[in-house]
Structure formats: structure tokens, C-alpha cells
Design a protein around this ligand. Structure first.
Ligand code: SF4
Length: 285
């Protein structure tokens, strides 16, 4: 599929090596690499990355995602908390984003291991802020509580798409449960901000995107990200449309009109893209 002109990303390649070396040497995974994020050269050049916790194989097979699927991934690596925390220190990250694969094979869905990572990251990087971009923990609120109790700065959980498309591209996670999880995090008052993101270009209508922004706002989400879906390969869910810059602007205008001040909508926006800048802006709004 030919990309329209407005989607051609100017390659900004800076000193990538330190980030790549750090990831390799510390034997950790990033969603940037595992999901083939189109921003990875830019982010790695800026010495930033989003850590992928609990291994690199996911127990869900969402049709939009490039992360490897496995029904029985390896047990969590006991060294992963230190390795992630140490990598964040080497990269001098001031805002540390940790995401995770869904671990439906584990009784606690990986929640306790993620908590260990957060604690180690805090211990080694006491002045950095932390954002977790979690799985849905099968909508078990006692497990979500474990994460919220760690006093992270941002609880991020992606709704991914509009309600109608959700069953087509997500495996197990539902639109309704996603809203419940986000609302639960907000009502806990244990995090500074609740954040969520969606992809567009998966067959949604503009009206449905407006409705999703409204649903997120009503449930208390503080920060919303919207980006163009890019299919990882031809076996995965196809791109249904290229959303124009004008349409992205309409989403931003709508969000602002209904009181969402932290809305980031552009073709290459991803839920962890420019996460530090987004947090800083939210703090000063
Ligand atoms: S946008 Fe997020 S996932 Fe993509 S390269 Fe940047 S930090 Fe990694």
C-alpha cells in the first residue's frame, strides 16, 4: 500500500547506538523493537525507549499487534526488574515508561512482577517519574490495585479503538471493560494522570471516534493519544484508511471543546510517544 505524502516520516537518526547497546547488554525488551514502532529511530536517537516487561511473548493474539504470540511464554525473568531499572539509569531517563505483554498464563497476570519492576526502577532512579502502560489484567481490580498502590505517576491503558471495531481487532479485551479499568484507576486517586490511546484507520467512522473521546472524557481520562494504525504485515489486520491531518485536527478540536486539554492526535502519535513532554505539559495545565 502506498503511503500518502503526509505520512512520509522524515528520518531523524541521531546517536542511536547507546540506546541499542543498552537494550542488548542488559538483555531487556522494548515495545519499540518488538512491535516495530515506526518512531523507534527517532526515539532511540533521543535516548528514550519504552520497556516491555514480562518477556517478549504475549498470550493474546490481537490482530493489529506485531508482538509474538505464545500460549505459554517463559516464566518472568527474576533479573528483569534490575535490568530495566539499570537501563533507565544508563539512559538517564527522567520519565520511564514500562509496558507489558498480557500474561493470561500466570495466576496474577504478571501484576506482582510488574510491581517488582516499578520498585526497582524507583530505587535506582529516585528522581524519575513512572508511567505504566498495562494489560487489562483480565479486568481483575485487585490486580490493578497492586499497580496503583505502587504510586506511579501515569496509569496508561489503551482502549485501542472504537466500540464497534473492538471485537474485530482485540483478543479478549473489551471496550466496556477498558472504560471500567480507566474509570477505576481515576477513582482510586492514587495516580496523577490516567491516559489512554486509540488507533484510527481501522475502519471507524468519525462519529465513532468522537464518541470514544467522549466516553474516555466521561470516565475521567486525563490524557488521550490518537495515531494512525499501520499494519505490521499482510497477515495482520489491514489498514482501512489513511486519516488526514485535517481529520486529526478535528479530533483535537472536538476533544478540546468537551474539555480534554491533553489530547495528542497526529499520524505518528503512539501511546508512549513523547511521553515525558506530554507529562510535563499535563502538569502545567
Ligand atoms: S513511540 Fe513509544 S514505542 Fe514507539 S519508539 Fe517511541 S518510545 Fe518506543
Amino acid at each position: 500500500m502506498n503511503f500518502p505524502e503526509f505520512l512520509r516520516k522524515k528520518l531523524t537518526i541521531g546517536p542511536l547506538n547507546k540506546t541499542i547497546e543498552t537494550i542488548k547488554k542488559n538483555k531487556i525488551h522494548t515495545v519499540c523493537v518488538e512491535a516495530n514502532c515506526p518512531n523507534r529511530f527517532e526515539c532511540f536517537s533521543k535516548k528514550t525507549a519504552t520497556f516491555l516487561a514480562l518477556g517478549k511473548e504475549c498470550t493474546r493474539a490481537c490482530s493489529f499487534c506485531d508482538i509474538d504470540f505464545s500460549k505459554k511464554p517463559k516464566m518472568p525473568d527474576p533479573n528483569e526488574p534490575f535490568n530495566i531499572a539499570n537501563s533507565a539509569k544508563i539512559l538517564n531517563l527522567k520519565h520511564i515508561v514500562i509496558t507489558m505483554v498480557a500474561r493470561d498464563d500466570l495466576p496474577d497476570k504478571g501484576a506482582n512482577h510488574l510491581c517488582k519492576i516499578i520498585r526497582e526502577v524507583k530505587k535506582i532512579n529516585p528522581n524519575s517519574t513512572i508511567e505504566t502502560l498495562t494489560s487489562d489484567f483480565s479486568c481483575k481490580f485487585d490486580l490493578i490495585d497492586l499497580i496503583l498502590n505502587e504510586k506511579i505517576d501515569i496509569f496508561n491503558y489503551n482502549i485501542e479503538t472504537v466500540e464497534r471495531i473492538s471485537p474485530k481487532i482485540r483478543h479478549k479485551a473489551t471496550y466496556t471493560n477498558s472504560l471500567k479499568i480507566l474509570g477505576y484507576a481515576k477513582n482510586s486517586k492514587k495516580v496523577k494522570f490516567v491516559k489512554s490511546g486509540l488507533m484510527v484507520g481501522v475502519g471507524e467512522t468519525k462519529k465513532e471516534v468522537f464518541q470514544t473521546i467522549k466516553d474516555l472524557k466521561e470516565i475521567g481520562v486525563d490524557i488521550i493519544t490518537i495515531g494512525q494504525y499501520l499494519s505490521p504485515n499482510n497477515k495482520k489486520y489491514p489498514i482501512k484508511s489513511f486519516v488526514t491531518p485535517k481529520e486529526f485536527q478535528e479530533y483535537k478540536d472536538f476533544a478540546k471543546k468537551i474539555g480534554v486539554h491533553n489530547i495528542y492526535a497526529d499520524p505518528y502519535v503512539r501511546s508512549s510517544y513523547n511521553a515525558k513532554t506530554i507529562l510535563n505539559k499535563a502538569l502545567f495545565k
